[in-house]
Design a protein around this ligand. Structure first.
Ligand SMILES: Cc1cc2nc3c(=O)[nH]c(=O)nc-3n(C[C@H](O)[C@H](O)[C@H](O)COP(=O)(O)OP(=O)(O)OC[C@H]3O[C@@H](n4cnc5c(N)ncnc54)[C@H](O)[C@@H]3O)c2cc1C
Length: 398
């Protein structure tokens, strides 16, 4: 970095060094632009590294139309970007450009073979360094200076920086200790940029369990169909001391957040009639209900505990009980907060951006990644859209 207190002038400045920024930097550096990434933390891509802790799900190997549908109301504005850099391109880029072997799991989720993010990040940073991309760490953007330059707090005091092209890649507002806290909304709003309030996405929901549930904390309920509103998914949930978490809940978190009741089909491989008939047959044998559930329907452990917990007085009539087993309502007392959500909804409104992701209010300033108001369930949709938006804006800016 250059010394002195004079304002610094750059060609391309990307603020934030998460996956969307790395993709934009990659394209712009290869297009011959001189790129500097400004990162508030002491090291880049902390959320990306955290994402790899439970298996870095890069994308989903599924047809493009099904893939796009996962973005719900944001599918339309994201469609051209995902069509240009969707699942196939993510796979090719990771495998062929970054040299990371990948595999597709049984649920069509795509992971690097290493599962974690660090080898991929190392390879990417090395490639970017080879093309002259610099990362200035501990540079926190905190608004604009009086003369209109971007103002940064750094370990060595404040700095003012201008650039021909600026990309904002500041991330969402979840897991604030990993980087983004969404404080930039204030700076952008003051410059006339329309924003949408943040909400947690891909999060758990609070349930006040009775003491009987304690032995089941940390245990999964597998092989379920979960329904909320119009949507249903096959998946699992995990019982925790605070409530419920896990892939199945995350997939329905948008609908549940908006008030739809979650219901579970505890026996998805059997019809209502079959479940009722099995309950009736067990009843004729005078078996205990726990035994009937276990022997005839494979419902025991945490699954049975949740059934008993949610129906304090279980119906005795087989058809009525079967109806509960096939559609067990799970009332909750609200979503977990942003600090524990995998991602966030909200941020820069689509209406604030033109079709190249440039801010209408601030020419030559683009917004990419999770800071834009789109959301998606887990399954690699988040990272794919971060890569796709980074590349899209970079192509336009180049
Ligand atoms: C636990 C967990 C698991 C996840 N698993 C997956 C997964 O398997 N698959 C998937 O697709 N997605 C996953 N995600 C989501 C994914 O990691 C994010 O969607 C993605 O990292 C967002 O990328 P981004 O570039 O938009 O922003 P970020 O990765 O959030 O990067 C933004 C960067 O900007 C910096 N920054 C913020 N404000 C400033 C400022 N004012 N000045 C300077 N720098 C600033 C931050 O320090 C940060 O480095 C997971 C997330 C979490 C938390």
């Amino acid at each position: 970095m250059t010394g002195g207190r004079d304002p610094i002038t750059l060609d391309v400045m990307i603020i934030g060094a998460g996956p969307s920024a790395l993709m934009a930097a990659d394209y712009l550096a290869h297009a011959g632009r001189r790129v500097v990434l400004m990162e508030g933390k002491a090291s880049p891509a902390r959320k990306f590294l955290m994402a790899g802790k439970s298996g870095l799900n890069l994308t989903m190997d599924e047809p493009l139309e099904a893939f796009l549908a996962a973005y719900g109301p944001s599918a339309a504005p994201l469609a051209p970007m995902i069509r240009a850099f969707g699942p196939e391109e993510v796979i090719r880029f990771t495998r062929d450009t970054l040299g990371q072997p990948i595999f597709t799991g049984s649920s069509r989720r795509v992971f690097p073979k290493a599962m974690k993010a660090s080898p991929m990040l190392r390879a990417w940073l090395q490639r970017l360094g080879g093309h002259g991309v610099e990362i200035w760490h501990n540079f926190t953007w905190d608004g604009w200076g009086p003369d209109g330059a971007f103002h940064f707090s750094t370990a060595e005091g404040p700095r003012e920086i201008t650039a021909t092209t600026t990309l904002l890649a500041l991330g969402g507002a979840s897991w604030p200790n990993l980087g983004g806290r969404g404080e930039w909304v204030e700076y952008l709003s003051a410059r006339g940029v329309e924003t949408v309030p943040f909400q947690p996405m891909n999060m758990g929901f609070h349930i006040k369990w009775s003491d009987h549930m304690r032995p089941h904390f940390g245990h999964p309920l597998k092989s379920l169909i979960l329904r909320a509103g119009e949507k249903s998914v096959a998946g699992e949930i995990v019982i925790t001391a605070k409530g419920i978490e896990g892939g199945g809940v995350y997939a329905l978190s948008r609908e549940m957040r908006e008030g739809a009741m979650l219901s579970l089909d505890l026996c998805p491989d059997r019809s209502l009639e079959d479940v009722a008939a099995r309950l009736e047959k067990g009843g004729r044998r005078k078996d205990s209900l726990s035994n009937i559930l276990r022997k005839s329907l494979g419902i025991d452990g945490a699954k049975r505990a949740v059934l008993f917990e949610m129906c304090k007085s279980l119906p005795t009539e087989p058809k009525a009980l079967a109806e509960r087993i096939k559609a067990l309502p799970i009332p909750h007392s609200g979503p977990f907060g942003l600090d524990r959500a995998i991602s966030s909804s909200g941020g820069v409104a689509w209406s604030a951006l033109d079709e190249t992701l440039q801010l209408r209010a601030l020419p030559n300033v683009y917004c990419i990644g999770e800071m834009v108001d789109w959301d998606a369930p887990t399954g690699g949709y988040l990272l794919t859209a971060c890569f796709a938006t980074g590349l899209w804006a970079a192509r336009a800016a180049a």
